[in-house]
Design a protein. Structure first.
Length: 364
């Protein structure tokens, strides 16, 4: 069976180099407070002035919002079509999330539906699947007292007219979970910014503080070493994924990309009317996944108000006007996309099982 993601194959060429880094760490016992090299490299890669490493993408989201003064009573505009960490970070800070529906083609925040009033502290767009949000339009919607923080967890290498995502707003957050484009040796993340004062605040707050309340969000040195190694080879990985995506675009559903966007294809999404049966029919030959079949607004963990921590009623819970989010969450299928993949075989299997028992289940 073709796996959805083959981490063993991806890491084989790096094994000797990485073991050399591990040996050096063991010989020097240098396990923490040594992430500067990777931070400088990733800042250069993205074109940002500063990069602050942390221990996960969730920590990056939480710390970035905290450093931008998100507190109880504030409102944060984001999307429901995302991994739960995006909204978890808002709830941990006691703020209130307000959802904006997504664009039907890009699966990212629809700026035409974004309304920003004086009480909106942060706009938190998510660059979904490796595609890019329409950042110029989103920035045009912000008010004078609103900060834009970009969730780039799935968008390593994604650019808009040559500019890396995460550098349009005040800050950009990244996850380096092992399955991401640039994956760590476990959990890790970072925040990029051009704001010197914010970078200083992020570095101070990511560690315990002697006379203040801080966090324990530091990135481990072993992850910084591993990420430096992965970053060195990432342009080759990105090139291979884009070549596979080009083939998929010719033979499967076309993955829409806005003009000027360089998609990084963290995920290659297709749509199918009978998704669950397609996944079942391909089961022994091809592993497919769903991202995400339960949007955040259908997750019971988020059915409470930030001020009272009381659960909403069933009526309140279902009263969300997010028709495109609901539609895509019921149709989306993720197809494998990684270096070394037999893309022709993937397409052959999908085409063989596409319609099932003669029933038309065409892509929408």
């Amino acid at each position: 069976m073709i796996p959805y993601y083959d981490m063993n194959e991806i890491h084989k060429p790096l094994k000797d180099e990485f073991m050399s880094e591990v040996k050096d760490l063991l010989d020097t016992a240098n396990f923490v407070f040594g992430t500067d090299k990777f931070e400088e490299e990733f800042a250069e890669y993205t074109g940002a002035k500063y990069c602050v490493g942390v221990n996960s993408g969730t920590s990056a989201l939480t710390l970035a919002q905290f450093a931008c003064d998100v507190r109880p009573g504030n409102k944060v505009k984001t999307v429901s079509h995302t991994f739960t960490a995006t909204v978890t970070s808002i709830k941990h800070l006691g703020a209130t999330h307000e959802f904006v529906d997504i664009d039907e083609k890009t699966y990212c925040m629809n700026p035409d539906l974004l309304d920003v009033d004086y009480n909106v502290k942060v706009i938190l767009p998510v660059h979904m699947y490796g595609n890019a949000c329409d950042m110029p339009s989103i920035l045009n919607k912000k008010s004078a007292n609103t900060t834009v923080i970009e969730d780039c967890s799935q968008a390593h290498g994604t650019r808009i007219n040559g500019q890396h995502v995460g550098t349009f707003g005040k800050a950009g957050t990244f996850s380096f979970y092992p399955g991401k484009g640039i994956g760590a040796f476990g959990d890790a993340g970072c925040i990029i910014t051009d704001d010197e004062g914010l970078a200083k605040e992020l570095k101070e707050q990511r560690s315990w503080k002697e006379n203040d309340v801080g966090f324990n969000f530091r990135m481990a040195n072993i992850n910084a070493r591993f990420l430096s190694l992965k970053l060195k080879y990432y342009p080759e990985v990105l090139k291979a994924k884009r070549e596979i995506a080009k083939y998929y675009n010719e033979h499967l559903d076309y993955c829409y990309v806005n003009p000027g966007v360089e998609h990084s294809y963290h995920i290659y999404p297709i749509l199918h009317r009978d998704r669950n049966n397609l996944i079942r029919r391909c089961g022994d030959e091809l592993q497919l996944k769903k991202h995400y079949d339960k949007p955040v607004h259908h997750n019971p963990a988020f059915h409470f108000t930030s001020k009272t921590c009381t659960y909403c009623s069933a009526e309140e819970f279902t009263d969300f006007n997010l028709p495109i989010t609901d539609k895509i969450s019921n149709l989306q299928v993720s197809v494998p996309i990684y270096p070394g993949l037999n893309k022709e075989e993937v397409v052959d299997i999908l085409q063989k099982h596409w319609s099932g028992n003669g029933v038309s289940n065409s892509i929408l």
